[in-house]
Structures are given as C-alpha cells and as structure tokens.
Design a protein around this ligand. Structure first.
Ligand SMILES: Nc1ncnc2c1ncn2[C@@H]1O[C@H](COP(=O)(O)OP(=O)(O)OP(=O)(O)O)[C@@H](O)[C@H]1O
Ligand SMILES: [Mg+2]
Length: 431
C-alpha cells in the first residue's frame, strides 16, 4: 500500500480573474514506512566456533571448586550464555567469586558472575559464546515488544538489539534520559546508531520526527542525506557543528515559548521529535569544547519536555571529551568494548568493558544495567526508507526553505570563522 494523497486541487474557474494566485500545494500526508515489505528478511548467520559444553562448567563447579549446585536454567543469547545456578546447601558465598576467577583462568575466557533471579542461594555465570549469532535489525523490529512501543503514538521507538536474556532491547527515546554511546574503534557504535535511526525513521514520518545529524568523520550518517526527516543538511565540519547545536538550542527556546503560550509543560503529538545525533563527540569537543558542551547541556536539561533528545557516540571516553557535565547530562549509557579500565569506568562507571567481545557486545544502562548484543543494519535499509519517503515528493522539498536559510547561515558562519582566524593570526604576528 502506498501513501494516500489528498484529492488534487480543484481546476480553477476560467471566468475568475487571471491574476488570482494559484492555490497552495496540498499538504503532504505522510505515511510511515511499511518496513516489513521494503526491508529484506535476513538469513540467520553465526560465526564459526564452539560454545563451552555445559558439562564442563558443571563439573568444574562441583569437582574443582567443590560447590554443590544444580544448573537450573541455561539461556543462550546471541553473544553470551547465562547459567542460572542454585546452590544445594547454604554456604559461604564469598567462595563463589574466587571459583569463577579460577574457572575463567582454566577456560581461558571471561566469565561474569552475577546475582540470579529467585530467592536464596542462586547465582549466575555469563560466558561469551564461541559461536556468536548476528542480531539483525529486522528480527528485533519484528517483535511484539517493538510493535507495542511503536503503536503508542506518543513514543519514539528505537531498537538497540537483544538483551542477554533473549528479550528485545527496544527503547522509547521519548521516555529516556539523553544517551552516550562509548567504545573503542570498531566496537559497534556507528552500527547501533544506524539501527536506532532506521527503526525510528521506519515508524515515524517527517512530521513526527526530525533529525539533526552531526558526522565529523563524514562516513556513517552520510547515507541519510536526502531523507525528508532532516532538520538541516548533515553537518560534517566540526566548526559548523557548534552552529548547528546553537540552532537546536534556538529551536528549543522557540518550542518553549510556544509551550508557554499554550500553557502546557510538555508538547503533544502535533510537535515532531527533534533527535540530535552526534557520531564522534571527540572531534567537536577538541575544536569547540566549551560551546559544544554548553549547548549539549542546555539541550539535555530542558529538551525532554520539548521533545528534543540527544544521542552522542564517542570512541574516546576520556575526561576531556566526556566531561563531568556531559556525563551528568547524558545519563543513559551504551558501553561497548573499551581498551582501558579508565575508559570503562568513564563509560560505564565500573571496570568490565575491556572484556566485552566487540562487534556490538555491550552494556545498556537505562535505570538498570543489562548485557546487550546490538543489532546489525546496513545502508540497504536506509535506501529503502529514502525511496519510500521521497516517493512522489521532490528531493527534500519539505525542508527546502529551511535548507536555504541554513545555507545562508552556513556561509555567514564561514565568513565569521575566517575573520576570527585572521584576527588570531594578526595577533600572533604582533600586528
Ligand atoms: N551489532 C553488530 N553485529 C555484527 N557486527 C557488528 C556489529 N557492530 C559492529 N559490527 C562490525 O564491526 C564493524 C565496525 O563497527 P562500527 O563501524 O559500528 O564501529 P565504531 O564503534 O563506530 O568504530 P569507529 O569509532 O572507528 O567509528 C562493522 O563494520 C561490523 O563489521
Ligand atoms: Mg563509527
């Protein structure tokens, strides 16, 4: 089923004055993308490798660690296997971490030990899988959980992937704090951003969702160019990012004024979400740190009630980039593999990220902390969405006026920047 268009404007009456201006074009009636039809259903795929045999784990616990216990439940997720273990009799629980450490050394793998569900003497062991499965965006979108959140017209549904208990990691960005995604190069930040954006754009039309995308690396977000959801063209130059964030703050102030005029504290369904996405915060913080920090902080502090949300990704979770202010304001976290414990503590608030497996294996912290395997997506889905939303609509026509205004302020900013540089150079040369 394609988008329904309103009836064409009436043919003008020929007897009328010829000077009469033509009727305004009919408003575009958007329809969200029928993604089950336009996305390709993926094949199951997994990496070659062997998972640990359960018998080996049980025998280690019983024979080597001398812990009398029963494995009550085994949950196999895409990235890890979790063993829920019940102790046969009350024992000194401090023995368990030591036993887990010995087991990890013996198996030459990382084992996370946690509390388990149920009462009394339970614990859980989480072991990375030798044979990991790919979680495809389609499979997570094709779940009741995603449909439930997407069907709420007030929500902004995004998918992250699958939790280690095999339930879908689906979030309503509208209800969450702003998010910081950390992890070393190649750990899966851009892929998960992509999955989040694709799921949101598939379900929300340009009059429900606007995107402000900043991609200083000029790679990951570029395929979205041309999507009518763009609030302004994709920003790739770092010094322009500060301007763009300033524009978002202006939009926020404007929305606040409207809300005050209407006498409401939160905006309703008629106002689109504005999602600000930054793929690599480090580049911005290192060029215009103070300005970027204060804009993000302002957006984060006031934005939520005004339907403005921020998601930043960075491969350098260090104090210079993810400052205390940024961390305090972007409190929802997705932490992928880091190279050092210091980075792990900045990303997650504790050690543990160095042992993650890469390729989208992470910890999602939204209130509670849960292990997650991020969903894989690609440019095919973005192309399909662009084709759907641009169908019958000229290239970004909806934002044309905004784009012209923006281009103008872009060139003004460039001139300002050039003048500033000239002053700095003259001062440096003692002129
Ligand atoms: N969720 C995932 N499932 C499967 N493979 C993944 C996943 N996430 C990432 N990968 C693999 O890892 C590669 C790098 O991922 P990605 O580009 O997201 O890294 P990054 O964290 O953005 O790195 P950088 O900081 O260098 O931009 C991908 O091209 C893909 O092959
Ligand atoms: Mg990246």
């Amino acid at each position: 089923m394609r988008r329904t268009q309103p009836p064409p404007p009436l043919i003008p009456n020929e007897e009328e004055d010829e000077e009469e201006p033509p009727p305004p074009p009919p408003p575009i009636i958007w329809e969200s993308a029928p993604w089950t039809e336009i996305f390709t259903r993926p094949q199951k795929s997994r990496t070659a490798g062997e998972d640990f045999p359960t018998a080996r784990i049980v025998s280690f616990l019983k024979d080597e660690a001398k812990i009398g216990c029963t494995v009550e439940e085994i949950v196999t997720a895409a990235n890890v296997i979790t063993y829920h273990v019940k102790l046969n009799k009350i024992m000194d629980l401090s023995k368990i971490p030591k036993a887990v450490e010995a087991m990890a050394a013996d198996f030459d793998t990382d084992i996370t030990h946690g509390e388990s569900r149920g009462y009394g003497a339970h614990f859980s062991l989480t072991i990375p899988r030798g044979s990991r499965e790919t979680v495809w965006i389609y499979d997570v979108m094709d779940t009741d959980e995603f449909r439930r959140i997407a069907n709420d017209p007030k929500s902004l549904p995004v998918i992250v992937g699958m939790y280690s208990d095999n339930t879908p990691a689906v979030l309503d960005i509208g209800k969450l704090p702003h998010m910081l995604i950390c992890g070393t190069s190649g750990s899966g930040k851009s892929v998960v951003l992509n999955s989040m954006l694709i799921s949101a754009v598939a379900e929300r039309t340009p009059d429900q969702l606007q995107l402000l995308m900043i991609d200083p690396k000029e790679t990951e977000l570029i395929p979205y160019d041309g999507l009518p959801h763009l609030f302004m063209p994709i920003i790739t130059e770092t010094y322009m990012a500060a301007e763009a964030l300033g524009e978002a703050v202006e939009e926020m102030d404007w929305r606040q004024k409207i809300a005050a005029e209407m006498g409401v504290r939160t905006l309703g369904a008629e106002t689109p979400y504005l999602l600000v996405v930054i793929d690599e915060l480090a580049d911005l913080m290192l060029t215009s740190g103070k300005y970027v920090e204060s804009s993000i902080t302002r957006l984060a502090q006031k934005g939520r009630a005004l339907k403005i949300h921020v998601i930043c990704a960075t491969q350098s979770p260090m104090a210079k980039v993810t400052t205390n202010l940024i961390r305090a304001n972007l409190s929802a976290r997705l932490a992928f593999r880091t190279t050092t414990d210091i980075e792990s503590r900045i990303a997650l608030g504790r050690n543990g990220c160095t042992e993650l497996l890469g390729n989208g294996d992470g910890w999602l912290v939204v209130g509670t902390e849960q292990r997650v395997q991020a969903a894989l997506s690609g440019t095919d889905e973005i192309e399909a969405l662009k084709e759907w939303y641009c169908h019958e609509v000229p290239y970004n026509a909806i934002n044309l006026e905004r784009r012209y205004a923006w281009q103008k302020s872009l060139s003004e900013a460039k001139e300002r920047r050039a003048a500033e540089i000239e002053i700095i150079e003259r001062e440096a040369n003692g002129l």
